[in-house]
Design a protein around this ligand. Structure first.
Ligand code: SF4
Length: 319
């Protein structure tokens, strides 16, 4: 089967409907045996030090022949994607552009999905059929998320991992569904309830470290969005409600609602070095009335000592 790399969450129903296997290139990069080597490889090929680590990792993953073509989100995700896929296209990789239109324009989004359907050679009906199948799995992951904050039944990392994996369902929805763990017996939750906002962390031990401090991440903002956490019967509506690729204000509304619902006492805002989304930190701080710790990561390594101390101090302060 044809393997199609995706640079972020896209209407994955279309890829499955076309009989292809989606490969979330971010997850392939960070879960590889040696993600730091992939970043180094991109720099050896000429990537600047000041390019984003995720971008460099994705570039090298694609060069390792992990997929036959790449769906590149050139609007609504990342300001560096276009240049990155151009470096790949120059080496012969097939690039399929996709855009989440700024301003959440319904007609333009429908047109984008329509073009993707035509390019991959499938139909709207087949994509809807896959939506129904994937929604059944998504509901299980919604339940995992809910039981994380209502019953402490899943760890901070499990909450992150199963939600972030809904971008491509690990390329095998049936196997992914079977891998979703059963809830652990409920324990009394004495932990400090934190929320995590921003793109998924490039740090490899973030969730585990937070839990050693007696705190728990009970909300993973962007990862939760990858699960399409809303019931709809319409594919276009689904990808309009999805907050991540649009303006920051829709994300802020979602964050505020979940903070209230989950009784969160503090937020950790992860920002990636050299990412344009770092600028949005100032808007988030102006609009969300809660203690926020902003941390920054660059390379796929364990948390550095300074960031560990900052997280520890934040937890102590909240306590
Ligand atoms: S962290 Fe920012 S710069 Fe890096 S890939 Fe994501 S959106 Fe792009």
């Amino acid at each position: 089967m044809r393997r199609i790399g995706i640079t972020t969450t896209i209407p994955v129903e279309v890829v499955y409907a076309a009989g292809c296997v989606p490969v979330d290139l971010n997850n392939a990069f960070i879960n590889s045996d040696d993600p730091a080597a992939l970043v180094a490889q991109a720099e050896l090929d000429g990537y600047p030090r000041t390019a984003c680590g995720w971008i460099k990792g994705i570039y090298s993953v694609v060069k390792s022949s992990i997929c036959d073509a790449v769906i590149a989100v050139v609007e609504g995700d990342c300001s560096q994607t276009q240049a990155m896929v151009e470096t790949l296209e120059a080496t012969g990789v097939e690039i399929i552009p996709f855009a989440f239109p700024y301003g959440r324009d319904r007609d333009l989004l429908r047109l984008q999905i329509d073009k993707l359907i035509a390019r991959l050679g499938t139909t709207w009906d087949a994509a809807f059929e896959w939506k129904h199948q994937l929604d059944r799995i998504r509901r299980k992951v919604w339940m995992l998320d809910e039981l994380t904050w209502t019953q402490n039944a899943f760890s901070s990392f499990e909450n992150h991992y199963y939600q972030v994996s809904c971008s491509d369902f690990n390329g095998d929805p049936a196997a992914f569904e079977a891998s979703i763990p059963s809830p652990k017996p409920t324990t009394s939750d004495l932990r400090l309830r934190l929320g995590y906002i921003g793109v998924p962390p490039i740090f490899t031990d973030f969730y585990q470290y937070v839990e050693t401090l007696g705190a728990k991440i009970v909300f993973n903002e962007v990862q939760r969005q990858f699960t399409m956490p809303f019931e709809t019967n319409d594919l276009v509506e689904q990808y309009l409600l999805y907050t991540y690729p649009y303006d920051i204000f829709g994300r802020i509304e979602d964050i505020k609602r979940e903070v209230r619902r989950r009784s969160i006492v503090g937020l950790i805002h992860y920002t990636q070095s050299f990412c344009f989304r770092q600028i949005q930190d100032l808007i988030i701080r102006r609009h969300i009335d809660l203690p926020i710790l902003t941390i920054e990561g660059e390379a796929p390594t364990k948390l550095d000592a300074r960031t560990r101390v900052r997280i520890e101090s934040f937890v102590e302060m909240l306590r």
